[in-house]
Design a protein around this ligand. Structure first.
Ligand code: VNL
Length: 391
């Protein structure tokens, strides 16, 4: 058996040497499109660092092909994302497009992936519907519903009776609101008010005053990664930290990238999410150390693992296709893959191409002078609840 495959390999090598010049190792290109400038630049920096780290650790040859990474900045604007995706596919001949820091960027690009039959790996955007927009989309980030349902259950079980919800007014915010509200009400909770705040230049102060006046047991929040700082600043300025109203949310609000800047007012905030810098596995400790070594100005957040695992997905799919870059073969290879991520065990649902993962409940605590999301309860194998409800 061994001998046979050795001979086969030898024959293949002879063939390759016979037909190709020695230096012409075929290249497979991966195009990452992510916001490296503008208000969501932290996501792009996390994506870039994590993808480079993955390649540093796992090499640049997969199934005999040389892997080349191209990283392009879309500044968080959907018209840029779609144009860059077309350029990468037509001019650079990339075999994968990846990244997608915000839902509208992924939505604008989905038809391009479908037309070109190029796998599109969503490393951040979290609205449920995205994976239904193209059979070539696979997601390695999360959906908002995954965390929203878990924190709603936690609230209902922990003496939270009345909640005001506050979300950013775009698709993932609407998912985060609906999944929380439906689940919390089904467990007997009451929603006092649901507030939506614009994504551009958000000013939370007037809304926070309304929360103070409504006196709920808790304020439930979703804001996209990077925007939590403004909210926390205004939260403290309005005295909500001393009001007795608990702050809960999906983990986007206590983003590890900016959490340290929140100050002690953030201590005790409870969120549900799929990744924490403080996740206590050996793999994550190694990941955090290597990440900080590569980019000392950043602490890896949940965007980073979306990119790190997206690269793993691409590498493993290429191994399964023996380096073949046919889009349909790659997508088939990705379905059902399972592996250990720095966040914990994850897999790709073969039916939906969406991620299945553990969701953790976490509390902000101070350790050695730094703020962390410390996990204290976990729920394994969580699928996107929005898609599950449609079946
Ligand atoms: C999205 C969802 C973006 C969650 C986020 O940060 C986030 C999105 C930029 O789907 O647009 O934390």
């Amino acid at each position: 058996m061994l001998r046979k495959s050795f001979l086969a390999a030898l024959a293949a090598t002879a063939l390759a040497v016979g037909t190709l010049p020695a230096a012409a190792q075929e290249t497979v290109k991966i195009g990452i499109i992510t916001p490296l400038t503008g208000p969501f630049a932290s996501t792009g920096k996390q994506h870039e660092t994590a993808a480079r780290l993955y390649m540093q650790q796992h090499g640049t040859t997969v199934a005999g092909k040389k892997i080349e990474l191209i990283i392009r900045d879309d500044a968080g604007r959907a018209e840029n994302t779609a144009r860059i995706a077309s350029e990468l596919i037509q001019n650079d001949k990339v075999s994968f497009i990846a990244g997608f820091g915000l839902t509208p960027l992924a939505m604008a690009t989905a038809p391009i992936a479908t037309n070109a039959k190029v796998p599109m790996i969503v490393m951040m955007a979290g609205t449920s519907i995205i994976t239904e927009r193209s059979p070539y989309i696979v997601r390695t980030s999360f959906t908002l519903g995954q965390s929203a349902v878990i924190i709603a259950d936690w609230a209902a079980k922990n003496k939270v009776k009345k909640v005001v919800t506050l979300v950013t007014d775009y698709a993932p915010g609407h998912d985060a609101e609906k999944s929380f509200v439906d689940q919390f009400k089904s467990k007997g909770g009451e929603i006092v008010e649901s507030i939506r705040v614009p994504i551009q230049n958000p000013d939370y102060a007037p809304f926070l005053q309304r929360v103070l006046d409504a006196k709920p047991d808790a304020l439930y929040v979703f804001v996209p990664s990077g925007q939590g700082s403004i909210l926390m600043k205004q939260y403290v300025e309005r005295g909500l930290d001393k009001s007795g109203i608990r702050l809960i949310g999906t983990g986007d609000i206590t983003d590890d990238d900016i959490l340290n800047g929140f100050g002690d007012a953030a201590i005790g905030v409870i969120t549900a999410h799929m990744y924490s810098t403080a996740h206590p596995s050996a793999m994550n400790k190694e990941y955090v150390a290597a990440f900080k070594k590569l980019n000392p100005s950043l602490r890896p957040n949940f965007a980073s693992v979306g990119a790190y695992d997206g690269m793993h997905l691409i590498y493993e799919a290429l191994k399964k296709t023996n380096g073949k870059t046919d889009g349909d073969a790659l997508i088939a290879a990705m379905k059902g893959l399972k592996w250990e991520s720095p966040r914990g065990p994850i897999s790709i649902d073969p039916e939906t191409r969406d991620i299945v993962q553990t969701i953790y409940i976490r509390k902000v605590e101070k350790k050695d002078g730094e703020l962390y999301n410390v996990e204290f309860e976990s729920f394994p194998d969580v699928k996107d609840p929005v898609k599950a409800a449609k079946k």
